[in-house]
Design a protein around this ligand. Sequence first.
Ligand code: GAR
Length: 211
Amino acid sequence: MISGKQEKGSTIKVAVLASGRGSNFEALCRGKTGNGRIALLISDNEKAEILQKASASGVEALYMSPGKYRTKFEESEEMEWVRLMRSRGIELVCLAGLMRIIKGPMLEEYNGRILNIHPSLLPSFPGLNAQKQALDYGVRITGCTVHYVNAGVDTGPIILQKTVHVADDDTVETLSGRILQQEHLAYSEAVKLHCGGVLAVDGRRIFKRKI
Ligand code: GAR
């Protein structure tokens, strides 16, 4: 899989998919994303705070049904999401707190062009409640990871990671807050790298091409 084949300098339309608060979406909108332009937000949750935030920021924001399942898409619904993104010319998909597994049509259409942010240093603590998992385990350093999405849960090739020290008096809330600050920096940086066409993926390893 080789990503980032787009021409240097051309604008890449980015869709953000999210379920809740939307702070990573906001950070992406105001961050330095290089050729990447946040053009669309889709939420699987009608009540998500992020829907109001997106409208206020001038980005097209939509609720779309994910279908009847709780943690994955119904295939026909996932296809609808893909059609909508295709119709808007979306070339990169960023998952930002989307609490749902991407498997079928979206992964086929956007293979190598879906990013996810996760609040731990993967491969440690994948899945839900990553910050609590880190605290309970007793690690002294944790952080966040931006990676390409593959068919597994939080298992795709890693683009970049940022570290956060765990303090003796940390709670899940305080630790999550400091990780979130790093997430906001990491996500824009990763989008910029992808959209700059400089990333080459070789198996699990990602290299920055010299161009
Ligand atoms: C972020 O901490 C993100 O890393 C996490 O959900 C939060 C969304 O916050 N994602 C996952 O845990 C995915 N496995 P936000 O809605 O404020 O961007």
